[in-house]
Design a protein around this ligand. Structure first.
Ligand SMILES: NC(=O)CC[C@H](N)C(=O)O
Length: 233
């Protein structure tokens, strides 16, 4: 399975995302922000970093890049249950997804106005997505978190809708590091093909290099899940 990893000017975690795809058993395909097509890949990862220098707002400029035009077209409308292109947005990638309106809500400055870097415990709440079907529902994992604008916000009716439709993919456990509403760390579109996640699974895919928990490999199932290519819902 060929998984595209997009590099924007200022991307930081694209190399680790490429590596994670390879460790999971997939074939990584590098995509450049200026590419008008996505080379026929089966899924796409939008990596973390500081696309276009985080000017204006994180992800606000990346959303208008040629490669995003194509990804937005292929991913399909966010509230429609259809099998569009699977897309995982990690951290800055999550910010790009909300700016692109592929996911609802927005990411704002962390509550304490500081950049955070820590190992973060999460609970996986939705496993019927292209990116989390390899986890058990309710599974607790620890992966790195590092961002300045990671507070997930949305109006109450949108939050209720996300909860009601089971679209909260992951929630912060023990500590809510950034003031995200309802401890939300990740959400999906209606069909579970598009997932945005603020912490970084690509940094916890190789034994001995991620957080101490489970030998540092708690993030790998995001990438092996995509290789299953099957949604259970
Ligand atoms: N690690 C990242 O992707 C950082 C995301 C974003 N630039 C922020 O600081 O919030």
């Amino acid at each position: 399975m060929r998984i595209g990893v997009v590099t924007f000017p200022g991307s930081l975690d694209d190399r680790d995302a490429v590596r994670a795809v390879r460790i999971a058993g997939g074939t990584p395909v590098s995509l450049w922000h200026d590419d008008a097509d996505i080379k026929g890949v089966d899924a796409v990862v939008l990596p973390g970093g500081f696309s276009y220098g985080d000017y204006l707002r994180c992800g606000a400029i990346a959303r208008f890049s040629p490669v995003m035009n194509e990804i937005i077209r292929l991913a399909g409308p966010p509230d429609q249950v259809s099998s569009g292109l699977p897309v995982l947005g990690i951290c800055n990638g999550f910010q790009v997804l909300t700016e692109s309106h592929l996911l609802p809500g927005a990411l704002v400055r962390n509550e304490k106005q500081q950049f955070i870097c820590r190992d973060q415990k999460l609970r996986i709440e939705r496993t019927s997505t292209a990116w989390t079907n390899g986890y058990a529902e309710g599974q607790e994992i620890v992966i790195p978190l590092k961002n300045g604008e990671g507070g997930f916000i949305a109006d109450e009716s949108t939050l209720d809708r996300l909860e009601g439709e089971g679209r909260v993919v992951a929630r912060y456990l023990d500590v809510n590091p950034n003031g995200s509403r309802r401890d939300i760390a990740g959400i999906s579109n209606a069909s579970g093909t598009v997932v945005g996640l603020m912490p970084h699974p690509e940094h916890a895919t190789e034994a001995g290099y991620g957080p101490e928990a489970n030998n540092g490999t708690d993030g790998l199932a995001f990438f092996t899940s995509a290789l299953q290519g099957v949604l259970s819902a």
